[in-house]
Design a protein around this ligand. Structure first.
Ligand code: SF4
Length: 270
């Protein structure tokens, strides 16, 4: 049964991140089906942050779907401010193609992936295809190599492989694709990762080897991490250690939905 689940699984960036953190956590969530909704635990401040982030994403989705703007008086003050900044940052128009909450799948060459983008934006005149990812946590985006993040690797690979129907004239190459991270709390900060043929090849090698490794693992080898810092932020801590998590990491809800909702996903094979 678990083998079948593993074979059928479309890996998201969240699934790969969970595997990197703790193989047992991956097993519990994806093979044993012990899914805990994000809001089952956590402080009220954390719950509020999650709800604000979810509301912001819903507003962004409706705005880019049809230009809909909810009046600020109907929104919590903080979220209304974020929404205004979003409209200043990436205004909607009717000339370009906006695809909010776009889901794509890849299933080729032993690489089976799913990604759900906050916004896929196609500028026909500039021949640009951009993924936007909205962050709403209270930390600035910070340094580090963003091109090496699992989210970047999965998103750009999936777009390069499965996004061809959205490319102007069906002709874009890897170099025309970019991923932009942006947080309305820090509107002046922007992280842009531009794709390249070299990155595409590197990512393909990495993903193939990682997925092959996971699929070859016997059930009992999905072992617990020995890093207590990881356990302290894990929803399965009561099962493993008999006590609740100190703090739950804010995972991307859209990603979790993408893992669980197979009905509405564009399935594209190349
Ligand atoms: S509590 Fe620790 S060992 Fe248990 S699943 Fe979570 S991260 Fe893994």
């Amino acid at each position: 049964m678990w083998k079948r689940k593993l074979t059928e699984l479309y890996f998201s960036q969240s699934a790969l991140a969970v595997y990197q953190q703790c193989r047992l956590k991956f097993r519990r969530r994806y093979l044993d089906g012990l899914y805990w909704p994000q809001n089952w635990y956590g402080s009220s401040a954390q719950q509020q942050a999650i709800e604000q982030g979810q509301l912001f994403h819903r507003l962004a989705q409706r705005y880019y779907a049809r230009g809909e703007v909810l009046p600020a008086r109907l929104l919590p003050e903080k979220v209304a401010g974020w929404f205004q900044r979003l409209r200043d940052f990436r205004p909607y128009n009717q000339l370009d193609l906006f695809r909010p909450e776009q889901e794509l799948r890849v299933n080729t060459g032993g690489i089976k992936l799913v990604a759900k983008f906050d916004l896929l934006y196609i500028n026909q005149s500039k021949q640009q295809v951009l993924i936007y990812d909205w962050k709403t946590n209270d930390r600035p985006l910070g340094g580090g190599n963003w091109s090496q993040k699992l989210q970047t690797i999965v998103y750009l690979y999936v777009l390069a492989q499965a996004g061809r129907p959205y490319f102007p004239g069906n002709k874009l190459s890897g170099e025309d694709l970019s991923l932009i991270y942006w947080n309305p709390r820090f509107p002046g900060q922007l992280i842009t990762v531009r794709y390249s043929k070299e990155m595409l090849q590197q990512n393909r090698n990495f993903l193939k080897s990682k997925l092959t490794e996971i699929k070859a693992l016997p059930y009992e080898e999905f072992r617990a991490t020995d890093k207590q810092a990881v356990c302290r932020r894990c929803e399965y801590r009561p099962l493993c250690h008999g006590q609740g998590a100190d703090y739950l990491e804010l995972v991307d809800d859209d990603e979790l939905e993408a893992e669980l909702n197979w009905e509405e996903i564009d399935q594209l094979h190349y």
